[in-house]
Design a protein around this ligand. Sequence first.
Ligand code: HEC
Length: 117
Amino acid sequence: MKKIYLSAALLAMAFMLSYCHTAKKAAAAPAAAPLTFEANVAPIVQASCAPCHVPSKGGNKEALDVYANAKKDIDDIIRRIELAPDARGFMPMRHPKLSDADIAVFKQWKADGLIEK
Ligand code: HEC
């Protein structure tokens, strides 16, 4: 008899655990909000394209922390960050290639319509 209770309790626990697990997963993946320049793109530019493209940090190349510039040049930006690091025109110049996740942000920002904020 004890054994039956025990396995019933275990079964119930397993059920609850798997239920919680799927519930958590669903909550962690809400419908993706569109990416924006301010929230998603500018932080990558600040971290990876400075100082060269961030005038306030002493850069003298095109200011890519400025929305209008990043928007205008998005195709060139995506082209360059996807090049092999030793290819001509690769960005960020003299730095390691951006992570796949960061590259995906630029592409998704374009796909979402190049929203400012
Ligand atoms: C170490 C300095 C440096 C860093 C860091 C750097 N760049 Fe550049 N970038 C340059 C230079 C120098 C040029 C001009 C030479 C050229 O066009 O290849 C340039 C040119 C560009 C251009 C062409 C702009 C134009 O005016 O025609 C784009 C687009 C660009 N970079 C994107 C980026 C992006 C995106 C990042 C960050 C992920 C980045 N760069 C990081 C130095 C840098």
